[in-house]
Design a protein around this ligand. Structure first.
Ligand code: IPD
Ligand code: CA
Length: 275
């Protein structure tokens, strides 16, 4: 596969959707069995046995369906090298919500070809929603609440003062202290702030127009790989500051017009430092 054609892209997206749904259903079915088994970057950064079980399930399925591909997963890291297609998997984005029985958690799966994300899916079982996108093919929502697939379009032309802006906070207390100062400067300048607890879903919310914009420092590639494609395919700009790519340092997403205003506000607030 050099430049994937639309049928190949649809195949990758279809598999991402099927696996995200299967893992999401397993997480929902076994939600009562959840315990913290490890902490990572800080005592609040938890891993449950269900994060691991969901990633294991996805790894097993990919090994059967696409044995030549490689995969980067939040829990198991990178397996396989040199493959043309790499899968980027967050088996449970919003682990803290899942642990507490809050509904904003998701399974996020993206497919990269030659280093570029070309297909992705985010499944949010408690929203009964499956978001997906292919490069150039638009972003779509399938939901038990809808009659058929709905093409997503982000909000455009929203002024910063009218914007509902989602954000998130890292797990390390020094970083949080500074993030609190940044958000304290953003809050009086926007309609309101939302902190849902799943970066993948935040980006899908931008795509669906449920929020106008999103920014966060400290997200990992697996948190945003699928959601960024979904937001972009819905018309949003997704990037870092000063023309840098979106990523761990900071990710900003919003529709036309708002992106520039949100970007410029954040750039003045020095959000890429830690307290
Ligand atoms: C977290 C969520 C959260 C974001 C954190 C992420 P996890 O992922 O996406 O919304 O604020 O930065 O680490 O730990 O639940 O997979
Ligand atoms: Ca995550």
């Amino acid at each position: 596969m050099s430049e994937p054609d639309p049928a190949e892209l649809a195949g990758l997206a279809g598999l991402a959707c099927a696996l995200a749904q299967e893992a999401g259903e397993m997480l929902w079915t076994r939600r009562g069995q959840v315990h913290v088994v490890q902490t990572k970057s800080s005592p609040t950064d938890v891993v449950t046995e269900m994060d691991r079980a969901a990633e294991e399930l996805i790894r097993r399925r990919l090994a059967t369906e696409r044995p030549d591909d490689s995969m980067l997963g939040e829990e198991g890291g990178q397996t396989g090298t040199g493959a043309l297609v790499r899968w980027i998997v967050d088996p449970l984005d919003g682990t803290v919500n899942y642990l507490y029985g809050l509904p904003d958690w998701s399974v996020s799966i993206a497919a990269e070809v030659g280093g570029t994300v070309v297909a992705g899916a985010v499944c949010a079982p408690l929203h009964r929603s499956l978001y997906s996108a292919t490069a150039g093919g638009g972003a779509w929502l399938r939901s038990a609440w809808l009659d058929g697939p709905q093409r997503l379009a982000c909000n455009t032309g929203v002024r910063l003062a009218d914007a509902l802006v989602a954000t998130g906070f890292g797990y390390e207390s020094g970083r949080r202290r500074w993030q609190g100062q940044v958000v304290a400067e953003v809050l009086p300048r926007v309609r309101d702030i939302r902190r849902a607890g799943s970066a993948a879903l935040d980006l899908c919310s931008v795509a669906a127009g449920r929020v106008d914009g999103y920014y966060e420092r400290g997200v990992h590639y697996w948190d945003i790989a699928a959601g960024s494609l979904i937001a972009r395919e819905a018309g949003a700009e997704v990037a870092g500051l000063a023309g840098r790519p979106a990523g761990e340092s900071i990710t900003v997403a919003a529709g036309q017009g708002l992106f520039a205003e949100l970007h410029d506000l954040l750039a003045r607030l020095d959000p890429e430092r830690d307290g």
